[in-house]
Ligand binder design. Structure first.
Ligand SMILES: Nc1nc2c(ncn2[C@@H]2O[C@H](COP(=O)(O)OP(=O)(O)OP(=O)(O)O)[C@@H](O)[C@H]2O)c(=O)[nH]1
Ligand SMILES: [Mg+2]
Length: 299
């Protein structure tokens, strides 16, 4: 393949404390939802690659689970996902939320400083800071935490902000040919994205600890001749009481989870979707090597 001179391609890892908006940022960079988001910490469990192809290069973004102290066995998987993303990265983006700088932010920065790669600091959610005068001293102080190539206050939801971020990142990438076709937006299979769509609704619709005690396995994924995607999935939880909550009165909660997840999958695939959901109680789902593997959290 002939490579245009000056064409760049490289991997950019998004790292930060839970809930600062890494997945939201990734989705807006790519222009489509590939990583689930929820207004609570520890939503993302895996390393997720999002591909952005621009005229001058290809940016490969790795979303990571928030840097945090762990949640039982799953924690090992989460740490591995974060470590893997960091190891292969050409550029690091530390995401924090304005106007905060918490121990978790410093911890995430420490992770990034282990590698000698250019770092960009993204200060997200500036839309929530009413008194913009407060931002300047805050940004100045943050800028001194490390030698960042750039410090960018932005809102992950504003298209012009994320477009600017992409332009700042592009020249920091090494020169090289594109690694994916220009119309590809993720390396993840629809099977994974469907399980994530269900998990997202559990995080959004149920409170307290329950979402952290659940996992989703896709039992069957079939594209029918008509083009309709037929999906069957099992939601694992730990205790009988949790199963009852997931089902809800007359199964209404499960219906709502299924309905919203189906809408989300339909949007991602552009096809009609049939989604069948089951709930199974399995106290040890996060300790059972075989099941963990099936759930995608294996070695
Ligand atoms: N106001 C505002 N809210 C935002 C912005 N970006 C993200 N959020 C919200 O912040 C919450 C967390 O966003 P996520 O993208 O799930 O955060 P995350 O960093 O991926 O979280 P983990 O996967 O748990 O580490 C969601 O409710 C988002 O809608 C922003 O620019 N402004
Ligand atoms: Mg996330």
């Amino acid at each position: 393949m002939q490579v245009e001179e000056g064409h760049r391609c490289g991997t950019i890892v998004l790292l930060g404390r839970p809930n600062v908006g890494k997945s939201t940022l990734l989705n807006h960079l790519i222009g489509q939802k590939i990583s689930i988001t929820a207004p609570r910490p520890q939503t993302t469990r895996d390393q997720i690659l999002g591909i952005l192809t621009l005229p001058g290069g290809q940016l490969l973004f790795l979303d990571t689970p928030g840097v945090h102290q762990g949640h039982r066995r799953l924690h090992r998987h989460i740490l591995r996902a974060t470590r893997g993303a960091l190891d292969g990265a050409d550029v690091g983006v530390l995401v924090v939320e304005a106007p905060l700088w918490l121990p978790g932010d410093a911890e995430a920065l420490r992770w990034l400083l282990q590698r000698e790669i250019p770092l960009v600091l993204v200060v997200n959610k500036v839309d929530r800071v009413r008194d913009k005068k407060r931002l300047l001293p805050y940004l100045q102080e943050l800028g001194q935490q490390a030698s960042f190539a750039s410090v960018l206050p932005l809102s992950a939801r504003r298209p012009q902000d994320v477009a600017l971020l992409a332009q700042v990142l592009l020249p920091l990438l090494p020169e090289g040919p594109a690694r994916f076709p220009p119309d590809e937006i993720t390396d993840r299979q629809m099977r994974f994205l469907a399980a994530e769509a269900v998990r997202e609704q559990i995080f959004r619709q149920l409170s307290a600890e329950l979402p952290y005690d659940t996992a989703v396995a896709i039992e069957r994924y079939r594209v029918e001749e008509s083009g309709r995607h037929e999906i069957e999935a099992t939601i694992y939880c730990r205790r009988p009481g949790q199963k009852a909550i997931l089902l809800g009165d007359s199964g209404l909660r499960l219906k709502r989870i299924g309905m919203r997840a189906r809408e989300s999958i339909e949007q991602q695939t552009g096809s009609r979707v049939w989604l069948g959901l089951w709930v199974k109680e399995r106290e040890d789902w996060d300790r059972h090597p075989g099941l963990l593997h099936e759930l995608g959290y294996g070695e």
